[in-house]
Design a protein around this ligand. Structure first.
Ligand SMILES: NC(=O)C1=CN([C@@H]2O[C@H](COP(=O)(O)OP(=O)(O)OC[C@H]3O[C@@H](n4cnc5c(N)ncnc54)[C@H](OP(=O)(O)O)[C@@H]3O)[C@@H](O)[C@H]2O)[C@@H](O)CC1
Ligand SMILES: Nc1ncnc2c1ncn2[C@@H]1O[C@H](COP(=O)(O)OP(=O)(O)O)[C@@H](O)[C@H]1O
Ligand SMILES: [K+]
Length: 472
């Protein structure tokens, strides 16, 4: 599990480090550069490396990396399209040391013949949208079509929000320092960072936010003299008129994810289709739920619509049950916002916008802040779906380690809701179930995306029965 810090916290940690080291961060720049070179030693050996250095301390890392590569007889050149660093920052010394070691520099990127590029243009100091030379340089780096290794963060990516400013370098790998930054893990971050690694440089942070770099299964197992009754009852409520599919996906996902019994409370038109798909399901007339909802965990919302029946179901279940609220149940909640502690909310960006009374563009502009606001407003666990899914509680943040654009298909969210509901039914706490469910779903989706153009929920559902293959 890697630690994630806000950019402000990382900068504060740097200042604290400096105050313990004669007021200087030079030692950190040296350590960061050494770590970067060690990380990509095998990739750089025998290749011609072009370092693109900005005029801040990210550029300073770039100069020092270039110096270290020169010392290892790697063919290296440095491009300085934004000019040289001022003499009051560490980058100035790094630039001088590179030149003293015989290093060459050129303002123009295109002059150098290179096999790969080190992006040291901007790091966490990017503080406004790119324009002029900076904008042109990022666009040129991408047009060169070379493998790009980013120092700390791809230049142009906002380290806190993961939003491009308005363009960003597309890296094949990023090596970051001190802690992961939120912008690497959500929105455009995961796609632009490529393979992301961290070196804390020996600095300890007290942040409780976490990012798992691999799937860490904590899935309930069947063991010993057990019975299905010990693995929970899961009730899926949705699939009202003409929308059975969504609820069937949720119910079959929950069944394959291991819930002891799965009841599907949907319109009777959906019963035959559900049983044809999975005869292990138990179908129920949804109207009967209004009388006395049975005990168990609920997933409410997939294909439920916004009819008066949907509204009645939501109102009956809200105070009596616990579980997952997805899709239309979130729209109903948005219309009558109340704290719903004990329910996991699984909005995509448009549902999140409705829940906060803002626009989808507002959510996209700051997914982390939106997830935190949702958790605080509704006093519960929130899964903000989409590229770089975030699980937020009132205290903590977890970032999803996988996922793929090929998963942006209809029904994929219904599948996730079923998985999380199933894990809660089997005894996981809501937050644990949300984190495990999100990572499991994304792990399987990403695995399939390596050989499929499109990944459907129906492709993921059968894999839920298998023991997760961690080598994938
Ligand atoms: N300090 C440390 O302890 C350590 C730091 N380390 C490294 O330093 C990096 C942070 O360095 P940093 O803070 O100097 O910021 P950086 O990312 O180089 O950019 C700042 C420069 O860009 C400029 N600028 C900003 N936005 C702009 C825009 N849109 N368009 C154009 N210009 C823009 C801004 O100019 P100004 O705002 O002053 O006009 C300033 O000149 C960090 O990511 C890591 O790699 C490591 O060595 C570990 C120890
Ligand atoms: N670009 C992407 N990268 C990673 N995961 C994605 C991406 N697009 C969609 N997903 C995942 O696919 C699922 C889609 O959910 P949702 O939008 O609710 O679909 P639906 O409403 O059709 O069921 C979510 O879990 C989401 O995180
Ligand atoms: K960079």
């Amino acid at each position: 599990m890697g630690i994630v810090c806000t950019v402000q916290d990382v900068q504060q940690l740097e200042r604290e480090w400096a105050s313990d080291h004669d007021g200087s961060t030079w030692g950190l720049m040296v350590a960061a550069s050494q770590s970067f070179v060690a990380r990509f030693q095998a990739d750089f050996a025998g290749r011609r490396v072009l370092v693109v250095a900005g005029n801040g301390n990210n550029g300073g890392d770039g100069f020092y990396i270039a110096k270290l590569l020169l010392e290892q007889d790697v063919k290296v050149s440095v491009a300085t399209p934004l000019g040289l660093p001022p003499d009051n920052i560490d980058a100035f010394r790094a630039c001088q040391e590179y030149q003293a070691a015989g290093g060459q520099m050129d303002e123009h990127l295109e002059s150098a013949e290179a096999d790969l590029l080190v992006d040291a243009l901007f790091g966490v100091g990017l503080n406004r949208p790119l324009s002029g030379k900076a904008l042109v340089t990022v666009t040129r780096i991408n047009r060169l079509n070379l493998p790009v290794y980013a120092v700390d963060i791809p230049s142009g990516l906002h380290a806190q929000t993961g939003v491009c400013q308005p363009v960003a370098v597309h890296a094949c790998a990023t090596h970051t320092f001190i802690a992961y930054k939120p912008g690497q893990l959500t929105a455009a971050g995961p796609a632009l960072c490529g393979e992301l690694t961290l070196d804390s440089l020996g600095i300890q942070s007290t942040s409780s936010w976490r990012y798992a770099r691999a799937f860490e299964p904590c899935l309930p197992a069947r063991q010993g003299a057990t019975h299905k009754a010990e693995h929970g009852n899961l009730h899926v409520v949705g699939g009202l008129k003409n929308m059975a599919g969504a609820a069937i996906i949720t119910a079959t996902s929950a069944l394959n994810a291991g819930a002891g019994r799965v009841f599907l409370h949907c319109h009777e038109l959906g019963h035959a289709a559900a049983l044809a798909r999975a005869p292990e399901l138990m179908t129920r007339d949804v109207q009967r739920l209004l009388e006395e909802p049975p005990e168990g965990t609920y997933v409410i919302g997939p294909g439920m619509g916004m009819s008066s029946l949907a509204m009645q179901l939501w109102q009956v279940l809200l105070p009596k049950a616990k579980g997952v609220m997805d899709a239309d149940a979130l729209r109903l909640l948005a219309a009558q916002p109340v704290p719903v502690s004990g329910w996991v909310l699984t909005p995509h960006e448009s549902e999140a916008a409705a829940l906060l009374g803002v626009t989808s563009a507002d959510i996209k502009a700051d997914r982390l802040d939106s997830a935190q606001e949702l958790a605080s407003k509704y006093q519960t666990t929130v899964v903000l779906k989409g590229a770089g899914t975030i699980v937020a509680t009132t205290e903590d943040i977890r970032f999803c380690y996988a996922g793929a654009p090929e998963m942006s298909t209809p029904g994929m969210g219904d599948c996730l809701a079923g998985i999380i509901g199933s894990l809660i039914a089997q005894g996981l706490l809501p937050e644990q179930a949300a984190v495990a469910g999100v990572n499991w779903h994304a792990h399987l989706g990403a695995k399939l995306a390596r050989r499929q153009r499109i990944v459907l929920a129906s492709d993921i559902i059968p894999l839920l029965k298998q023991i997760p293959d961690l080598a994938d």
